[in-house]
Design a protein around this ligand. Sequence first.
Ligand code: ADP
Length: 166
Amino acid sequence: MIELVVGDITEQAVDAIVNAANSTLLGGGGVDGAIHRAGGPAILAECRDLGGCASGDVKATGAGNLPAKHVLHAVGPMWRGGNHGEPVQLASCHQRAIELAADLGDRTVAFPAISTGAYGYPVELAAPVAIHATQDAMRAYPDVELARFVFRDEATLASYREALGS
Ligand code: ADP
């Protein structure tokens, strides 16, 4: 099942929340800043030992003070016009996050709109890539029963809703 909601991803009572991280995994703004602020220093301490993460890949840590069990740090692509592998990398983030959740025994996962903030990926192009990659991954890993996309605003949600219907 895929749910779309407006809210704050740090408040989601799910097994795993996905972070829109950068490749250093050493902190940033947006979702990343919110997760480290709400989760406390334990998450960053674990990130320091991970040695960064490639674009399109995902690495897990504990979730500190958050209601979740794990944070899945996904490094989305920076938008550079769309011909630099951006869709493949964005799809890979969603695929790898679901795979990692399944490995960790996490059945419910919350995603932000990866790459659509500071990384500049146009929302109407990111939405179908994110939704279809997540649907495919959940078919492959049926133990992951819920992916909840959490947005800051209704306009972003509307783009993902359209992708879910297509
Ligand atoms: P990226 O660098 O991958 O673009 P950002 O964190 O800049 O990541 O933004 C990704 C999306 O997450 C944006 O749509 C932004 O509005 C949204 N966002 C920011 N803070 C939160 C939050 N606390 N919960 C859910 N979404 C958030």
